[in-house]
Design a protein around this ligand. Sequence first.
Ligand code: 2NF
Length: 252
Amino acid sequence: LKWPRAPPPRAWNGTGSTPHFSEIVLGRCFTYTQLLRPELGHADCGQIGKAFMNAFLSKDPCHSSEQDYQLLLKLTNQTIPCHSSVFWSKSSQLAHLYTTVQQDMFTLEDTLIGYIADGLNWCGDAGSNEMNYQSCPHWRKDCINNPVSVFWDTVSKRFAENACGVVQVVLNGSISNTFDKNSTFGRVEIHNLHPGKVSVLKAWVMHDIGGVYSYHTCSSPIIDDLKLILSKRNIPFTCEDDYRPIKFLQCV
Ligand code: 2NF
């Protein structure tokens, strides 16, 4: 006698949820709030973990929404001092090395919510209350409104909205899309900076060590695209190639 079994979850084209996702979220939350930034020691990691899981469990992983993450955002609210926000695009390693050395500077991943989620994958399914460890929607091949993409768009938007004073962005001058209108930085972050709140956006265009391959510099037309978007939004903009405090980090 064969009992009918639940149909297997649909196979997506992206990597499945990170094994031990909820334990990693909880562990990272405690590491951040107890050890790295004890001033956030009052944060409720139990609630944060629950809110994260509830944002996507038992839901269609192609219909994730900003709304799903609102409680998680509320629970991880954090004030970043003015003049300390650092954005990045295609320069993850170098930007994070910069803020690791410069402890008073923050990338999104140096904030609680970014620290918790960085490098993880997650999705659920409408017909189950479990995570899908087999596969998750790939943002290009399956659907753009998947839990991970919507999460990063949502938290990146808040990070940009909250930025104030002098803000910085680390760009990669050794690739063709030094500024990419479709990246999170080009599509979400620059459009959510508040004019009047942000006094200037300083771009650092970094080139690979040795300077053999310099695709774009501050004088490239691609940087003018960024300049134009910001001038239309009344946000002052400056650009510098191979900013020294970041340049010397490429040697370590
Ligand atoms: O994973 C992160 N920590 C992350 C992801 C997306 C966005 C962080 N961000 C925030 C950071 F705060 C930066 O300021 O946005 C900025 C960087 O994003 P970017 O898209 O401008 O930079 P990329 O180097 O092009 O991408 C960063 C990572 O995100 C992935 C991409 O594959 C890379 O691993 N990514 C970009 N767009 C999507 C998307 N729509 C995406 N992954 C899924 N869906």
